[in-house]
Design a protein around this ligand. Structure first.
Ligand code: HEM
Length: 509
C-alpha cells in the first residue's frame, strides 16, 4: 500500500516539476518582462527569470560580495533607476533618497531585509513607524551629545587602556584591537558590564574570532531570511548549548556571547525594579511602562535583542571606520603629518589628555573623519524601503505599493561628480568654502526617521581614539601587510579581506 502511494506521489511529482520548470517559470518570466507594473523600468533581464536563483547564484559565485560594485556599474549602464529583482528597484538619485529616508517618511523598512534573528525584537527590526518611534524615543536620550559627554570618562578610560596595551605588543592587529576597544566602551556604556576584551593578550577573545568566522552567514540572512531563521531556531531553541558547541565551536562562542548580553541587561532590570537608581544604562526607560508616551515596559525578548543590537550595530561599524582612518593616515604620511600638527595645538605632549569638545574645534581632524566615513560607508548592503499605499512616482515611473526600493550609500559616497577622483582618500575636500553639496552626499548613518541611534557616540569614539592614538604613536605597517588586506566585500557591513597589522613607536615630542 505504502509502496503504491509513494509510487503515485512520485509519478505525480515529476509532471509537477516539469510543469513548473517548462510552463510556470517561462510564463512568469514573460509576465515580468512585458506585463508587470515594473516592466518598463530598465535593468538586466535575465535576473528576472527567478529571484531565488539569482540570489543563490550570487552567493555561490561570490557575486554577493561584489554586489555593490556591480550595482554602481549597472547605474552607469541603465541610469538612476534599475530593476534588479522582479519587485525591487535600486536607485541612485539624491533627491529621491532624501524623500524616502526623511523624518516623517511613509516608506517603511522592508520586512524581507530586516529579519535578523538575533535582533528580531529590537529597534532595528521594527517596521511600524509608530512602534519604532516609541522605542527609539526611549533610547535616544542616552545617545544625545550631552549624554555622551556625561559618560565621556568611559571612553577616555578605555582608550587609555587601549593605548597602554598596544605599547606591550610587538605587532598589533588593529582591526581586532579597535573592535575590542569599541566592545568594551559599548558594553560599559550600555549595561555596565565591560567585556574586558582589551585585556585579551592578542585582542582575540574567542567570541570575536567567532564573529569573524560567522559574519559570512550574513549573506544567507539577507538573501534567504527564512532559511537563516530556521537554522538559528535549530541552534538556539532545539539544541542544548553543549551540543551546539560540539557541532560548531564558533556558533557556541557566539551564543555564549549573546547569553552574556542577555544576562547583563536582565540583571540590570532586576536591580532597577528593586529600586536601585544609580545605574549606568541606556535601557532604563525600557524597564518601565510610560503611559504618557503609550509605551509598555519592554519584554524579555525585546530587552535581550536590544542588548545584542547595540553591539551588533555599534562595534564593527565604528571599529571599521577607525581601521580605515589609520590605514590611510599611515599610507599617506603627509596627511598624517598635517593632522599631527593640528593635534599638537591641543595635545602638547604625546600622552596629554583632551576632551571631545576641544577636538571638535579642529577642522582637519573633522575632515579626516568625514573622508573616513565616506570610505567606510557604515552599512554597505542597500537600505530597503517599501513603497507605501497608493504607490509612488519615482524618476518617471509609477511604482506600485510594496515595490521594494533600495539605496546604497557606497554609490552616493563614490559619485564622481560630487567627489572628484572619488577613490582617492583626500580629507582636503571637506575643507572647501562651501561643503553643503558634499555633505548632502555623505550618509554613513543613514538619514531621517531611522537614522543611526548611536551616531554621537560613534563620532566621539572616532575623535578621541584617533586624536590620542596618532598623537602618541608613530605607526608603521608590518612587513607582511599589503593593501589587498583592506579590500572588502559586501556582507551587510564592509568586511575586509585581511587585517590591519602595524607596529607602533612612542613619540618623544
Ligand atoms: C561609525 C559607526 C556607525 C555607523 C556608520 C552606523 C550606521 C548605521 C546605519 C547606516 C544605520 C541604519 C541601518 C538601516 O536602516 O538599515 C544604523 C542604525 C542603527 N545604529 Fe548605527 N552606526 C554606527 C554606530 C552605532 C553605535 C555606536 C550604536 C550604538 C551603540 C548604533 C546603534 C544603532 C541602532 C540601534 C540602529 C537602528 C536604528 C533604527 O532602526 O531605528 N550605531 N547605524
Amino acid at each position: 500500500m505504502l509502496e503504491k502511494l509513494l509510487g503515485f506521489a512520485f509519478r505525480g511529482l515529476i509532471p509537477a516539476i516539469c510543469a513548473y520548470l517548462l510552463l510556470y517559470i517561462p510564463l512568469r518570466f514573460v509576465y515580468r518582462l512585458y506585463f508587470h507594473p515594473l516592466a518598463k523600468v530598465p535593468g538586466p533581464k535575465l535576473r528576472l527569470i527567478s529571484d531565488s536563483a539569482t540570489r543563490l547564484h550570487s552567493i555561490i559565485t561570490g557575486a554577493y560580495g561584489r554586489s555593490v560594485f556591480d550595482l554602481r556599474v549597472m547605474h552607469e549602464q541603465y541610469g538612476p533607476i534599475v530593476r534588479i529583482f522582479s519587485n525591487e528597484v535600486h536607485l541612485n538619485d539624491i533627491d529621491t533618497y532624501n524623500q524616502i529616508y526623511k523624518v516623517g517618511t511613509k516608506f517603511p523598512k522592508t520586512a524581507f531585509y530586516y529579519t535578523y534573528p538575533a535582533a528580531q525584537y529590537s529597534t532595528f527590526a521594527l517596521l511600524d513607524f509608530k512602534a519604532a518611534q516609541i522605542r527609539r524615543s526611549a533610547i535616544l536620550p542616552y545617545f544625545s551629545k550631552q549624554a555622551v559627554r556625561k559618560v565621556e570618562w568611559i571612553l577616555q578610560e578605555k582608550i587609555d587602556l587601549f593605548l597602554n596595551r598596544v605599547s606591550e605588543m610587538d605587532t598589533i592587529n588593529l582591526s581586532r584591537g579597535f573592535r575590542c576597544l569599541i566592545c568594551d566602551i559599548i558594553t560599559t556604556y550600555s549595561y555596565e558590564k565591560c567585556y574586558e576584551a582589551l585585556r585579551d593578550p592578542n585582542f582575540s577573545p574567542s567570541w570575536l574570532l567567532a564573529f569573524e568566522e560567522l559574519v559570512g552567514a550574513n549573506r544567507v540572512c539577507f538573501t534567504f531570511p527564512k532559511v537563516f531563521e530556521f537554522m538559528s531556531w535549530v541552534f538556539e531553541t532545539l539544541l542544548p548549548r553543549p551540543t551546539v558547541k560540539k557541532l560548531s565551536p564558533e556558533m557556541g562562542s557566539m551564543m555564549e556571547f549573546q547569553d552574556t548580553c542577555s544576562k547583563a541587561v536582565l540583571d540590570q532590570q532586576k536591580r532597577w525594579l528593586a529600586g536601585e537608581r544609580n545605574i549606568t544604562t541606556i535601557f532604563e526607560q525600557l524597564f518601565q511602562d510610560d503611559p504618557k508616551k503609550g509605551r509598555k515596559a519592554a519584554t524579555k525578548d525585546e530587552l535581550e535583542d536590544e542588548a545584542f543590537l547595540v553591539i551588533a550595530a555599534g562595534m564593527d561599524t565604528s571599529a571599521h571606520a577607525l581601521t580605515v582612518a589609520v590605514y590611510y593616515l599611515v599610507k599617506y604620511p603627509d596627511i598624517q603629518a598635517k593632522l599631527l600638527e593640528d593635534l599638537k595645538t591641543v595635545l602638547p605632549n604625546p600622552r596629554s589628555e583632551v576632551k571631545e569638545e576641544t577636538l571638535e574645534q579642529l577642522p582637519f581632524l573633522q575632515a579626516v573623519i568625514k573622508e573616513t566615513f565616506r570610505f567606510s560607508h557604515g552599512v554597505v548592503n542597500p537600505m530597503a524601503r517599501d513603497v507605501p499605499a497608493g504607490g509612488a512616482n519615482i524618476l518617471g515611473y509609477h511604482l506600485p505599493q510594496a515595490t521594494v526600493t533600495l539605496n546604497s550609500h557606497y554609490i552616493y559616497h563614490m559619485n564622481p561628480e560630487v567627489f572628484p577622483e572619488p577613490f582617492t582618500w583626500n580629507p582636503e575636500r571637506w575643507l572647501a568654502q562651501d561643503t553643503k553639496e558634499v555633505e548632502n552626499y555623505l550618509m554613513p548613518f543613514s538619514r531621517g526617521a531611522r537614522i543611526c541611534v548611536g551616531l554621537n557616540l560613534a563620532w566621539a569614539e572616532l575623535l578621541l581614539t584617533l586624536a590620542r592614538l596618532i598623537r602618541r604613536y608613530d605607526i608603521s605597517f608590518t612587513d607582511d601587510f599589503t593593501d589587498d588586506n583592506m579590500d572588502w566585500v559586501t556582507w551587510f557591513l564592509p568586511i575586509t579581506q585581511g587585517m590591519l597589522t602595524v607596529t607602533m613607536k612612542e613619540r618623544t615630542e
